[in-house]
Ligand binder design. Sequence first.
Ligand SMILES: [Zn+2]
Length: 281
Amino acid sequence: MGVDKITNALTIDVEDYFQVSAFASYINRAEWATRECRVERNMDRILRLLDDNGAKATFFTLGWIAERYPEVVRNIVANGHELASHGYAHLRATEQTEDAFYADIHLAKILLEDISGQTVKGYRAPSFSIVERNLWALACIERAGYRYSSSVYPIRHDHYGMPDAPRFAYKVGGLTEIPVTTVRAFRCNWPASGGGYFRLYPYGLSRWLLRRVNLIDRQPAVFYFHPWEIDAAQPRVAGIDAKTRFRHYLNLERMEGRIRRLLTDFHWGRMDDIFLPEPAC
Ligand SMILES: [Zn+2]
């Protein structure tokens, strides 16, 4: 039916459970180094899962993680995946000046390239924080030497989103912006690309949405998740509000099984292979 021929982009935002933006008002950054870090074991599980299914992916890795766990970076590259950048300190682009944003994404690129020996082409802003009021950030990303960004979520959401942005890859100057996937229905864009929505929806709905993008839009989907989402045993953060608790902990125990199904139901590859094909020579 055509779906089999499309390779979709699987992306993982490599950060730990205590670094998510929704916890920023509960966990001081100075405390990060004192928290139990679980990203190494969760990454080992993800790399095994991908290997079992012959899938390749792009890992948008936080500089803070790369600096402390360089083995995580080396394992990504050794397994044939694309190493990309999630910035250094997981600060939302909407909360930074242009100079501070540039410094953060430039530092992360240098750090990741030093550890991996690879050119880092892709960047994803924390919490899809490129929105209408900070479009200057796209020029910054290009200036820092990246070739593409996957930082725009064309939906309405209380923490992020740019509902009128294009739904599929587009050029901004020399940079390609590759938004995460939505489905267009009832004159709205609906999230279809992972994260909390993938844990919230029944698996069959996620599969239907992704198939629709492949069959109706005839476009590759861009799906994302985080290492902490497959970790039901992660330490619970105390004192958080009910909405944050619901969004973060919902269906963690179902996540690995759902990812396994996703890996068999679709073909998955790296962002650079799908969206930045090298010209044949
Ligand atoms: Zn993130």
